[in-house]
Write a protein that binds this ligand. Structure first.
Ligand SMILES: [Zn+2]
Length: 111
């Protein structure tokens, strides 16, 4: 991997981190606790609870992804970056750009 490529990945990861942070902020709003005496009515409350649990699930996965992205950014300068942890083959550029937090190649990921 050359420096230009590394810089491209760094930029991509930084953008993804910003996007995840933004997403998390938005999800925090929708996953706020639903008041038990919600005056809007029972059905609406059920809907609110459903959408709250969906938001919480998305929030958890967004947080997990953020952690992975930050970890990827932290080791971008190390020689292991972009190398599959299972088979030691380079991870294709397109996959890193799409999923910068991936530590395994497509073949190993589908195994
Ligand atoms: Zn592999």
């Amino acid at each position: 991997m050359d420096n230009a490529e590394r810089e491209e990945f760094r930029k991509q990861i930084e953008e993804e981190i910003q996007a995840q942070k933004h997403l998390i902020e938005g999800l925090k709003e929708t996953s706020k606790p639903v008041a038990p005496d919600n005056a809007i009515g029972r059905l609406t409350r059920m809907e609110a609870i459903n959408s709250k649990s969906v938001s919480e699930a998305s929030l958890n996965s967004a947080r997990l992804r953020l952690t992975k992205l930050e970890r990827a950014l932290g080791k971008i300068d190390s020689p292991e970056f972009g190398i599959c942890v299972r088979c030691d083959e380079p991870i294709p550029r397109g996959r890193i750009l799409l999923l910068p937090e991936s530590v395994v190649c497509v073949t190993c990921a589908s195994r």
